[in-house]
Design a binder for this molecule. Sequence first.
Ligand code: ZN
Length: 186
Amino acid sequence: MILPIVGYGHPTLRKVAEPIDSNYPNIKQLVADMFETMYGADGVGLAAPQVDLPIQVIVIGVPIFNEETKEYNDTLEEHVMINPEILEAKGKEQYYNEGCLSLPGIHEDVLRPEGIVVRYLDTDFQEHTEEIHGMYARIAQHEIDHLNGKVFTDRLSPLRKAMVKRKLGDVSSGKVKTAYKMKATK
Ligand code: ZN
């Protein structure tokens, strides 16, 4: 089931999300719905607060570049993280142009470490600690920010923040049209 996505200005995007445990009802269905919502909106990641659920669940779809065909694979490499925690940054900080389904029409270069060590639970509530890099690490960091009530524009310089302020206002007042279903800001 495709879930409506909340936009910038919605209070759930600013909440610190709660960790969950194996008592959470039907986590696998929620994760399936989150992937369906992500694909339906042509995204590469989605955090539960973006579908108005302030819990620590993220889904990620990493585009994989095929060195032989010199094209991206047709399918994304799927990952799910529950209660993720970044333990360490790895490698250099790099800029990458980010967008967000909750901030339609806004794309900005964001500085983040190239890799991270992350600890998380899978959908069977088994713990994993992994060192990840590249696009996977980039998307994971963006989605983990959502669990801390942050969006990518919070990481911009004061000047760039000032420059996107009007666009953010247009999103929160519901002026920006999207091809996917959004939930009105409360
Ligand atoms: Zn986002």
